[in-house]
Design a protein around this ligand. Structure first.
Ligand SMILES: Cc1cc2nc3c(=O)[nH]c(=O)nc-3n(C[C@H](O)[C@H](O)[C@H](O)COP(=O)(O)O)c2cc1C
Length: 129
């Protein structure tokens, strides 16, 4: 069961962009991330949700998705994981991001969705959203 979940948990390179994902669904996924482990229980992570085409377009312009899918085959929603530096700089913060992302990606596999990771170091560009 766990092995199957891990085997299916691949990084998608093509999406059904016309299939909408609701904000409520994204919030449910974030809830699972929120319940995951946090180094020192610092709970540094914040989440930015996007399921609106205009915001999605801005986000897409700042990520590098393998396969470079054309319009119509891009993600219809995003969850951006951020570390709140006002709560202090804490080494394992990036580990927390990885754990949260893995929780979200594992959960979406159960729903037969597709998703992928993107490196978070370009996050400062999302300030425009
Ligand atoms: C921390 C991290 C950052 C990643 N960043 C990107 C990225 O910027 N663009 C991308 O297309 N894939 C990204 N990936 C996905 C990897 O390329 C992918 O996991 C790897 O090629 C293995 O493929 P698989 O996930 O289908 O097994 C990232 C994965 C991780 C764990």
């Amino acid at each position: 069961m766990l092995r199957e979940l891990i085997l299916r948990n691949r990084s998608a390179r093509k999406y059904h962009q016309e299939v909408a994902v609701s904000r409520e669904t994204l919030a449910e996924l974030v809830d699972l991330a929120r319940l995951s482990a946090s180094g020192g229980n610092r709970q540094l992570l914040k989440y930015y949700l996007s399921c609106e085409p205009d915001k999605n377009a801005i986000i897409y312009s700042h990520i590098g998705l393998g396969g470079n899918p054309p319009e119509g085959e891009r993600p219809s929603a995003y969850i951006i994981i951020l570390s709140d530096t006002s709560l202090g700089v804490y080494g394992p913060g990036e580990v927390d991001q990885g754990i949260a992302a893995q929780s979200i990606l594992s959960a979406q596999q159960n729903a037969d969705w597709a998703a992928a990771w993107w490196a978070w170091y370009t996050a400062r560009n999302y300030a425009r959203c």
